[in-house]
Write a protein that binds this ligand. Structure first.
Ligand SMILES: Nc1nc2c(c(=O)[nH]1)N[C@H]1C(S)=C(S)[C@@H](COP(=O)(O)O)O[C@H]1N2
Ligand SMILES: [Mo]
Length: 331
């Protein structure tokens, strides 16, 4: 695989190839105009407003016809599927539960705190989330550990930009993330039947070098609009070379630490879900194969496509992060 880091200037608008898919770096935001409109409304859904103003990209032109035989031709997963087939156990464990149960989720006011082993702790309010760094579009593959995948145009910024502002101390080695804990709004959090038996709040973690990698983003939108609640409004992590459960939603805290932090799915079933959770077709889940995946595209149940899963979900450039590591042991 020849994935090359593409400079913004090298990218053609209509390119949706492997190389371009994660590196569409056009700076798109009309931030100030957007912020004004955002302040008016309360729930995340009601506020699903355009992040791009006049520059709204033409997503249609990117939707090349999917060809199962040619994985370099990738088509975006339709927005209707991205926002109706979700894992967000705080709102229920069926794929359509988050869409059905999260619509009144209040994201304003919101507080995100970055602290721990940093020189400069940071507190962000709702409006600050969209101003922490210039927003850009990143089209990434999302590969769930359950062996389905999507191609999603996120809007966000590199996590590294925010972490650098907090000035990590030299003792910091890991980054711990935490989802909002609010059982009144997230009914699965105090109902084990609805919430899948998870001990809430949902927590995740990365090694500091993984967190600082330019592919790792905090997302505040998708398909050019603010995130719907079911996708993790107002701000969620996206780590495209790891299984989807690492991409924690609706984050309220980012804490730098010197110890590997506990992670939700690892606590639930350590033999099934490791801390690293790198996408790897050669390391099967104890209960199913990870060699292939169902790419969710347009069409009904039988129109979906099975394709080979790629190591690191095809993002080969992260391989140096794991040189010398046994990826079967550190699954
Ligand atoms: N807080 C929280 N974050 C979460 C989850 C969750 O249940 N709770 N599910 C994870 C899983 S398993 C996946 S595959 C992705 C799904 O993201 P999407 O619904 O936006 O596609 O979110 C991840 N982040
Ligand atoms: Mo997942």
């Amino acid at each position: 695989m020849r994935i090359k880091l593409t400079q913004p200037s090298e990218l053609k608008e209509s390119q949706v190839t492997d190389e371009a898919i994660y590196r569409d770096r056009r700076r798109l935001l009309k931030q100030m105009g957007f912020m004004g409109a955002g302040a008016l409304l309360a729930s995340a859904q009601a506020r699903a407003i355009n992040l791009f103003g006049e520059d709204k990209p033409d997503f249609q032109t990117r939707s090349l016809e999917y060809q199962a035989a040619n994985q370099t031709e990738q088509v975006l997963t339709p927005e209707t599927k991205v926002i109706s087939h979700n894992n967000f156990y705080e709102f229920g464990t069926d794929k359509t539960d988050p869409r059905d149960n999260a619509q009144d989720f209040q994201v304003q006011p919101w507080k995100l705190r970055i602290d721990g082993l940093v020189e400069q702790p940071i507190n962000l309010d709702y409006d600050d989330l969209f101003k922490a760094a210039p927003l850009e579009e990143r089209i990434y593959r999302l590969r769930c550990v359950e062996a389905w995948s999507m191609v999603i145009p996120w809007v966000g910024f590199e996590l590294a930009t925010l972490l650098k502002k907090a000035k990590p101390l030299s003792s910091a080695r890991y980054v711990a993330f935490e989802t909002l804990y609010d059982p009144k709004q997230m009914p699965g959090q105090n109902n084990p039947f609805m919430g899948g038996g998870i001990d809430y709040p949902y927590v995740e973690g990365l090694r500091l070098d993984e967190a600082m990698h330019p592919l790792t983003i905090l997302s505040v939108g998708l398909y050019g609009k603010t995130l719907p609640p079911q996708n993790g409004a107002p701000i969620r992590l996206v780590v495209p070379w790891k299984y989807g459960f690492k991409s924690i939603k609706s984050i309220v805290r980012i804490r730098l630490t010197d110890k590997q932090p506990p992670t939700t799915w690892n606590q639930l079933a350590a033999n099934e879900y490791g801390f690293y959770a790198n996408v790897n077709p050669n390391v099967d889940h104890p209960r199913w194969s990870q060699a292939r995946e169902r790419r969710i595209t347009k069409g009904g149940l039988f129109a979906d496509n099975r394709i080979d899963t790629q190591l690191f979900n095809g993002y080969d450039e992260v391989a140096p992060l794991y040189s010398g590591m046994d990826l079967k042991r550190h699954y």
